[in-house]
Design a protein around this ligand. Structure first.
Ligand code: ZN
Length: 246
């Protein structure tokens, strides 16, 4: 049984037994890990408060027979501001859930780790498009980049109003979308924003201030597309919509 060090971000946590916690984290060098935080629910535990989502931390991990055990947690960024209002909490929940769903355990993905770290910093700064940027880049980095320029059905460029099909892989000509009865209209403004987000650097995301109608249109397309790619339902976007904070 060995020891290893990690730098990681807490994605979620759940209770285990009487006093322990299971903590799902995205580590920089080892990918997504599920770790045991022993005694984390005891009132005087130092571990518990240090392993709340979306804390970024360093720690020592001991390999166990079934689950590895985390200790010596040093907080690098508690992201207290992300727990300060409903809008930020909602966007943070969406980002953390997407990271969790997109990645398999123990597959290192340093680009996604860097993306998550940058997205949390942008969310902390109150930047409106941080969550959408994260979703678009996450899909691109994990092999699910949607098409936004060339119609996958006919290979020709898409200009102006078009359709969006999760099955066909993104933006298609309205005339080419008949293969997918679930295709929906895609507004030109939404396509322009999505095209931009797919390759944007964090500094460019800071300057973006799109109309809220364009933002919610892109959110609907991206979350629906992610659910189709990962064959799952995302819980947090629905919760955020219900709270009317997107
Ligand atoms: Zn076409």
């Amino acid at each position: 049984m060995g020891l290893y060090k990690i730098e990681a971000i807490v994605l979620r946590r759940r209770n285990l037994g009487e006093a322990d916690r299971l903590v799902t984290v995205l580590s920089r060098s080892r990918g997504k890990l599920v770790l045991v935080a022993r005694g984390a629910r005891r009132p005087r535990s130092r571990l518990g408060g240090r392993l709340e989502p979306p804390t970024r931390f360093r720690a020592l991990v001991a390999e166990g027979r079934t689950l590895d055990v985390v200790s010596q947690v040093e907080v690098l960024d508690a992201h207290a501001v992300l727990r300060s209002d409903l809008e930020r909490m909602g966007s943070t929940a969406v980002v953390l859930e997407m990271a969790d769903r997109a990645l398999a355990d123990r597959h290192p993905h340093p680009d996604v780790y860097g993306l998550l770290r940058d997205a949390l910093a942008l969310l902390g700064g109150g930047h409106e498009c941080a969550g959408l940027w994260f979703a678009a880049r996450l899909l691109a980095l994990t092999g699910h980049r949607p098409t936004v320029s060339r119609c996958p059905a006919c290979g020709q460029r898409v200009r102006g109003a078009a359709s969006w099909s999760n099955v066909l892989g993104g933006c298609v000509h309205a005339t080419c979308s008949s293969a997918d009865p679930r295709a929906v209209p895609a507004a030109p403004g939404a396509m322009a924003l999505l095209r931009f987000l797919l390759d944007a650097q964090p500094s460019a995301v800071r300057r973006l201030v799109p109309a809220s109608s364009v933002r919610s249109s892109v959110a609907g397309l991206l979350f629906g597309y992610a659910e189709a790619c990962w064959e799952t339902r995302l819980r947090s976007p629905a919760v955020v919509r219900a709270l009317s904070v997107v």
